[in-house]
Design a binder for this molecule. Structure first.
Ligand code: SF4
Length: 85
């Protein structure tokens, strides 16, 4: 964990996948990303399920972050599409 914190790259934050992608569970619940889905951290929005999907409202939410986010922002960054910085 310490190595990830030491490798934090602010430039990677711009392109982390939670800023342009949403994760949907098999039963329709919405998450900022697959990592948050595995931790059962649903989006911080009044829209929490795909049946109520509203892009404008979802775009206005705060992304739930925690220590695992250092995995996306260390070094060249990381996402489903590869590096982000
Ligand atoms: S782990 Fe954190 S930084 Fe990475 S995509 Fe999910 S919410 Fe964003």
């Amino acid at each position: 964990m310490y190595a990830l914190v030491e490798a934090y790259n602010p430039a990677a934050v711009t392109n982390v996948m939670c800023r342009n992608t949403i994760s949907v569970s098999w039963d329709g619940w919405l998450y900022d990303c697959d990592f948050n889905q595995m931790l059962d951290l649903k989006v911080a929005s009044k829209i929490k399920h795909i049946k109520d999907y509203n892009e404008d409202i979802l775009n206005d939410r705060n992304i739930i972050i925690s220590q695992h986010c250092y995995g996306c922002t260390a070094g060249a960054g990381s996402s489903c599409q590869g590096t982000v910085a």
